[in-house]
Design a protein around this ligand. Sequence first.
Ligand code: PHB
Length: 388
Amino acid sequence: MQKRYFLSALMVGLLSAYAGTAAAQEKFKIGLILPMTGPFASTGKQIEAAARLYIAQNGDTVGGKKVELIVKDDTSAPDVTKRIAQELVVNDKVNVLAGFGLTPLALATAPIATQSKTPMVVMAAATSSITQASPYVVRTSFALPQAAVALADWVPNNGIKKVVTLVSDYGPGIDAEKFFKERLTFNGGQVVETLRVPMRNPDFAPFLQKVRDLKPDALYVFVPSGAGAALMKQFAERGMDKAGIKLIGTGDITDDDILNSMGDVANGVVTSHHYSASHNSPLNKKFVAAFEKANAGMRPNFMAVGGYDGMRVIYEAAKTTKGGSGDALLNAMKGQLFESPRGPMFIDAQTRDVVHNIYIRKVEKVGGQLYNQEFSTIPDVKDPGKNK
Ligand code: PHB
């Protein structure tokens, strides 16, 4: 009797010791897929830095589990993003997929999220339709129509009637063109020409020559984060500003990551966007200072904020679900309302898309550095693309 008691006590002891190690090893895994090399590496660098800052500030344990951040470079090739996502889901059994630096990368992965019921937090890509590609997508970046419509409302009241549009020829560029043109036309303005340039390594010269000949009041541009500097340089070289053509666009063209290196041609450029590193709030000042300190002075751009807020959405959902996954984790992401470095931010439970302020900004020199200075706020903007 005594011996049997002893044996079963030993068994219980062994089992709980085993369970103890299992619990200690239980992890909450975040698979972060980003372009870390190639032409869009600045997006990957910004988002990875923001995710690491979030973890440093909020701890590496959440919902009782140890956080494991697995960062993978997809080189901005959609088939690579998709393969990595598959591996992260099947082999690593991640609780959540995150990142997605460009629209085609997010769209390639959406079916994997749906099939495996894995929440997919889109921190960068911004074509309106991405949230409809899978019910597991939650977006913390922005949607291009939010910015495009806001600018098209500002333009006709500020002496600009005739506009030529120039966009990258893929999802976000087409959204930027379509929603700007529709709204400007509705507001009594005119888009006299729509130009589309290749997404990768565009040569703007022939397009800019055409714009010069058309002599519009303004040239409205969307190019993805990182490509704005080349556009700005060629705009100046062709003397477009001297010819009286104003440059306007979504804030992607005056990206905080490279704005300071663009020089005087960027000074005075008016854009619309959801984030500026000079956004005037105590929370943003703290965020920018901490980000710059942790990254050798690198200024955070809107990609960093998409990554930082994405981590917040993931952490809060992990807390609510005690490190959960699948539908439970997804549901805990929906409806989150909080203050972001960008301002107030809301994840609409119906659309799983971000609702936030859009600001009209002008590039100005502050303390010898170029910044997007916000001067007008359109509050709580939902994606106008969702009403179509
Ligand atoms: C996108 O591919 O969706 C994208 C990339 C960069 C941006 C905006 C949108 O700045």
